[in-house]
Write a protein that binds this ligand. Structure first.
Ligand code: F0G
Length: 486
């Protein structure tokens, strides 16, 4: 049986996520003063995406491109084969995809959304409907860009913030079949399943559910596309939570999942490295349909917009996703933080998922109407009082409908990402401490309004401002309570 920190018991009975790695390269961090943090927020339009890292203490914006690299990945990067065409680095990438994901045809892309662009370009037409468990921002943007629309078909329990349901990312099979019958298979270019469903709090689906989706896809002759960006963690949670797979290896679980999909794509920034992506399949016809788009949008077929060094790191990283002691590290820290906050009555998405701890801004800031973006305000407030940068995952991250109306998000969350093997437990305890203070002072937080709103993916570069002087009041209270502490 392979090792995992969750199998190591402490004599004192405490539940501590023990690190099974040592830190060999470090980067110095700075915690700037609260006055500077307020200034930085003003300069960045109260949008944490626009902050400079020089003003950020713990960067919990995302795990994308920020997971720690292993010594073996860094070593492999030095051995890369520089070539425009026919690089042996790509051959190693293909071999890793075949061995780990079980797919023999591989198309390289520069990151996950590039795969979404290629797949949408090839299959989505005006009037297409793409059913999915839940959207991811970039997946939806590409599908709508090509004239399609999405239908989200989760079970109701997925929207319950505090829940014990082990697989909130499951597709509602009855709704899926009804959707196929309503629109007709000819109008459905593919069904999309997202591993560790990002926007509902990093919640996994079960293999039993994926098998159900596969059966419907087969019955109606529709392609099943798997977004595998967070596949490793979904597989890890399957091993923890799904009876049939308790004794199976990560390799078996991952291959079972990818084996049920016709087409698998991923952001390697999340799955296995810090850059890149890929699309893979065992179906030669599908491969041939997508192949001509790679040189058009990405680069030659053996690099796809990536450097060969990145390709080597992805290949090694793919094998490392099979290592339980590596893959469990982020979910174990997330579980620790979620349980710590939950035990203090601070509303967080449960059960603990992957990617990060998701704090429920909708209920914490219930005094802020959704049109004043409670999750955006909460993200800005948390940065202000802690220097910790999280990400708004609520209505700011939604896009307006075709008539320009706001579409309010089902959940207003602050996501505090915990990339793999990056933070220490005392840093996690600092987050817990500052979050507790902000929760106790939540009434001081006010709303935001847009002053600059880009038409597509507005959350990235949009600028907002506080509705009144709530940020100053929060600074005042912080100084009363913490004196000259940063
Ligand atoms: N699919 C999922 C499930 C993702 O989480 C992401 C990115 C993508 C696709 C797009 O990949 O960034 O390489 O183009 N998620 C990042 C995040 C951005 O912060 O959650 P990409």
């Amino acid at each position: 049986m392979s090792e995992s920190s969750q199998k190591i018991k402490f004599y004192n009975g405490e539940d501590i996520p023990l690190e099974l790695h040592k830190v060999r390269v470090v980067q110095k961090l700075h915690l700037v003063t609260i006055e500077r943090r307020l200034e930085a927020l003003r300069e960045s339009g109260f949008n944490t995406f626009r902050l400079d890292t020089k003003d950020v203490f713990l960067d919990m914006l995302t795990d994308s491109g920020t997971n720690a690299m292993s010594d073996r990945q860094m070593g492999a990067m030095m051995m890369a084969d520089d070539a425009y065409a026919g690089s042996q680095s790509f051959v190693r990438y293909q071999k890793a995809v075949e061995e780990v994901l079980g797919k023999k045809y591989l198309l390289p892309v520069h990151q996950g959304r590039a795969a979404e662009n290629i797949i949408s370009n090839a299959f989505v037409r005006k009037g297409s409907v793409v059913p999915m468990n839940y959207h991811f921002t970039t997946a939806m943007a590409h599908i709508t860009q090509y004239g399609g629309r999405i239908e989200e078909l989760l079970y109701d329990e997925a929207y319950v913030i505090r829940s014990q349901h082990p697989f909130k990312g499951n597709m509602n099979l009855e709704k899926l079949e009804a959707c196929v019958k309503k629109h007709g298979p000819a109008n459905i270019p593919f069904i999309r399943m997202e591993a560790s469903t990002n926007l509902i709090g990093g919640q996994p689906f079960s293999i039993e559910n994926l098998r159900g989706v596969r059966a419907i896809a087969e019955k109606y002759g529709i392609r099943l596309v798997l977004d595998a960006s967070l596949l490793g963690e979904n597989a890890w949670l399957v091993k923890q939570r799904e009876e049939e797979f308790k004794e199976k290896s990560m390799a078996e679980i991952i291959k079972t999942m990818t084996g049920l999909a016709d087409l698998v794509y991923f952001s390697a920034r999340k799955l296995s490295s810090s850059r890149g992506g890929g699309i893979c399949t065992n179906d030669e016809k599908t491969f041939k349909e997508l192949e001509p788009l790679i040189p058009l949008f990405e680069g030659f077929l053996t690099y796809g917009g990536m450097s060969v060094r990145e390709i080597e790191a992805i290949a090694v990283g793919l094998y490392e996703t099979l290592d339980e002691s590596m893959i469990c590290q982020s979910p174990a820290f997330i579980e620790y933080l979620v349980n710590a906050l939950d035990s203090k009555g601070i509303p967080v998405v449960t059960p603990p998922g992957v990617l990060g701890c998701h704090v429920d801004a909708m209920s914490i800031c219930s005094h802020i109407p959704q049109k004043e973006y409670p999750a955006g305000a909460f993200a800005a407030a948390f940065y202000l009082i802690s220097g910790v940068r999280g990400m708004e995952r609520g209505s700011v991250s939604n896009q307006r409908d075709e008539y320009g109306n706001e579409t309010y998000a089902d959940m207003e969350l602050l996501r505090l990402a915990i990339p793999r093997r990056v933070f220490t437990l005392s840093q996690i305890k600092y987050v817990e401490d500052r979050m507790t203070w902000l929760y106790d002072n939540r009434q001081l937080i006010g709303g935001l309004r847009f002053v600059y709103e880009p038409p597509v993916l507005r959350f990235f570069m949009g600028g907002l401002e506080p509705i009144d002087d709530w940020a100053e009041k929060l600074v005042e209270k912080f100084k009363q309570d913490f004196g000259d502490s940063l």
